[in-house]
Design a protein around this ligand. Structure first.
Ligand code: C2E
Ligand code: MG
Ligand code: MG
Length: 649
């Protein structure tokens, strides 16, 4: 039952030592009195000199023992004393006393036969009897004491010539055997009692330890983030609340969000992601002065409170943190790196409640990240206005489809070879609170809040349906813009299949446009989705080519069919735009891609683009995006070559 034997032995020894020392004074005092009485009460010239010498000896010994008892009581009892050492010191004293008594008894018995002898015998018998209880806490000492006091004296009596003394000797010897057994039993009983008592004590001690360990575990579970061992949300909020209520001093709250973490998690795996988070936490611990005011808020977000600071020093400290967090992480197989963007909210300047402060620091981080990653931004009212406008749009967007506020317009794409309409690009429009919200503004909100899947599916379905309704001799394709977030969704192919099957539009008439930001995402996943689309006969193009995180190797990996040169280059065709377009044409021809120029607004641009060999034009020069009901009349006009239309305008 008791797992820790040494610990139990230690407890028993301590108790035994305490018992021995507690009973010691009575024993020592009795020994002192009786020895003095025996030595000085009888006057026998034969034994006097031995007795006095013996008395000095035993008295010195007893005084030493008495002093030892006092020292032990004063110094040791209250401390974590060593039971084993105390016992051996005590038993040495007791056993020496026993030996002294034995010497005395033997001497008197062999040198005296008077009343003094009888008295001595009575006294040592009484001392031996008492020792069984007083010394019960140490078995061998208790047995030795009783035996050594009685046995040698009894043998001495047995050797005497007087019959009466011999009888006394026999009696004394038996008595010493009985005392030996009694002392042994009394001692075993006492030690057994100590064992039971201490078994309970050890048990309770172990239970207390376990309770303590469990309490610690519960504390960790309820207060610490298991991955990073930093405070979790609840614990941090408590600390922050405490700080606000107990101190009125200004402080800065830093909202830290890692840049590029998701990419590591998605492409290398969650194990690597976890490692980055743990290391980030360690780095934050190292550069944070107060661990209580540091937490993992969730995912790759961390919060830090900087006390005794102002805006300038909080910004400076944040920059240092960004530098530290952006250092490379060396792992077994690779070197990984993430950045960090930090938003700051100040107490009490920006808010006085913990929740609001965190919210404002989050807003500051969010806008800073939009502006420029791995930098620091301090909260401003302007940010909050933008934020509430964004939230307003977001809540409007969730009901936009249901309320039929969304519609599609179509912008023609002209084949440069014969100026005929080759396709229409479907562009979304949203009328919200009597206001037209431009897609550039709300598409990113839809992406951020996960609404893009529903909206994107609606666009695909409607665009395909409209295209299938165009009653034309020559079939015309419809180009649909697709967000990368949609494309990365496994079910995206099913959404496309649904749109095609419900509209009966042939797959060859559907073109998917993906913006160039695709290069920043999981290229493998996107490449396989594109292959899947192409296998069905759908054409895929890269939109706004040249503006995003372009990479030629990714262009090769993605193996698209077309690129759409961004209108900013067409716009600058007179300055350096044509050099860029000509470079794109070279790349496109080596990858065997068709090129569409966006934002064509003038005849001069058309001519220049023609010379550069662009395959398709799209822009206000030919038509602004038109309502679906205007498409037939537009196309009837377009049946004469479009160049003539524009000239006729
Ligand atoms: P985009 O795909 O590059 O679409 C072309 C944008 O350029 C359209 O703006 C169009 O109206 C505009 N545009 C066309 N020709 C000219 C011109 O000659 N001059 C000028 N100044 N502009 C021209 P819009 O409709 O505002 O769309 C903006 C962006 O919103 C689109 O750029 C596309 O990225 C996104 N978007 C539009 N509809 C959807 C959609 O249904 N789904 C997704 N995911 N994104 C969409
Ligand atoms: Mg487009
Ligand atoms: Mg574009």
């Amino acid at each position: 039952m008791i797992s820790n034997k040494p610990e139990l032995d230690r407890y028993i020894q301590r108790d035994a030592a305490a018992l021995l020392y507690d009973n010691a004074i009575a024993g020592i005092v009795i020994s002192l009195i009786t020895s003095t009485f025996l030595v000085f009460a009888f006057n026998n010239p034969l034994t006097d000199s031995f007795q006095q010498m013996w008395w000095w000896g035993i008295s010195t010994l007893l005084v030493f023992r008495l002093a030892d008892v006092f020292i032990w009581k004063v110094k040791r009892q209250s401390t974590d004393f060593n039971g084993e050492k105390s016992i051996s010191r005590f038993t040495t004293g007791v056993n020496l006393t026993a030996v002294m008594w034995a010497i005395y008894a033997v001497y008197i018995i062999t040198h005296d036969s008077t009343i003094e002898l009888t008295t001595t015998l009575i006294i040592i018998a009484a001392l031996a009897g008492g020792s069984a209880t007083i010394l019960a806490a140490h078995k061998y000492t208790a047995m030795f004491y009783a035996f050594i006091l009685l046995a040698p004296a009894s043998i001495g009596l047995l050797l005497s010539e007087q019959y009466a003394l011999q009888l006394l000797g026999v009696l004394g010897f038996f008595y010493s055997i009985v005392m030996l057994i009694t002392s042994k039993k009394a001692s075993e009983f006492t030690l057994n009692t100590l064992l039971l008592k201490n078994e309970n004590k050890v048990l309770i001690h172990h239970m207390e330890e376990q309770v303590e360990q469990r309490t610690q575990k519960i504390y960790e579970l309820s207060n610490l983030d298991p991955l990073t061992q930093l405070f979790n949300r609840a614990a941090f909020l408590n600390q922050l609340k405490f700080l606000i209520t107990t101190s009125n001093k200004p402080f800065a709250l830093l909202f830290v969000d890692l840049d590029g973490f998701k990419k590591i998690n998605d492409s290398i795996g969650h194990e690597a992601g976890d490692q980055i988070l743990r290391r980030t936490a360690d780095r934050l611990k190292q550069c944070s002065l107060n661990m209580q005011l540091l937490c993992r808020w969730g995912g790759d977000e961390f919060l830090i409170v900087l006390t005794e600071t102002n805006e300038a020093s909080a910004v400076e400290k944040s920059r240092q943190i960004i530098t530290i967090l952006s250092e490379h992480h060396k792992t077994e197989n690779s070197i990984l790196s993430v950045g960090a963007t930090i938003g700051i909210a100040l107490y009490p300047e920006h808010a006085t409640s913990e929740e609001r402060l965190i919210q404002l620091a989050d807003i500051a981080m969010y806008y800073q990240k939009k502006l420029s990653r791995s930098t620091v931004g301090v909260f401003s009212e302007q940010m909050e206005k933008l934020h509430s406008h964004e939230l307003h749009l977001k809540s409007g967007l969730t009901k936009a489809i249901e309320k039929k506020q969304l519609r599609l317009v179509f912008q023609p794409i002209i084949r440069s070879e014969n100026y005929e309409v080759a396709a229409f690009e479907a562009l979304i429009r949203w009328q919200f609170d009597d206001e037209n919200i431009p897609p550039d503004e709300f598409i990113c909100i839809a992406e951020q809040y996960g609404l893009i899947h529903e909206i994107g599916a609606w666009v695909l379905k409607n665009a395909c349906w409209q295209a299938s309704q165009w009653d034309l001799e020559q079939k015309m394709a419809v180009c649909v813009n697709v967000s990368v977030i949609q494309l990365q969704e496994e079910s995206f192919i099913n959404v496309v299949e649904d749109a095609l099957s419900s509209s009966f539009l042939p797959a060859e008439l559907l073109h998917i446009e993906i913006t160039e930001s695709v290069f920043a995402s999981n290229v493998n996943m996107i490449a396989s989705q594109i292959k899947c689309l192409q296998a069905k006969g759908i054409k895929v193009s890269i939109d706004d080519f040249g503006t995003g995180y372009s990479s030629l190797s990714a262009l090769q990996d993605l193996a698209v069919d077309m690129v759409k040169i961004d209108r900013s280059f067409v716009n600058k065709i007179d300055s350096n735009g044509d050099a860029i377009i000509s470079a794109v044409m070279h790349i496109a021809s080596s990858f065997d891609l068709l090129v569409i120029a966006e934002g064509v607004e003038t005849e001069i641009q058309v001519q220049k683009l023609l010379k550069l060999g662009v395959h398709y034009f799209q822009g206000y020069y030919y038509s602004k995006p038109i309502e679906v009901e205007d498409i037939p009349s537009y196309l009837s006009k377009a049946s004469m070559p479009l160049k003539q239309i524009s000239k006729a305008k």
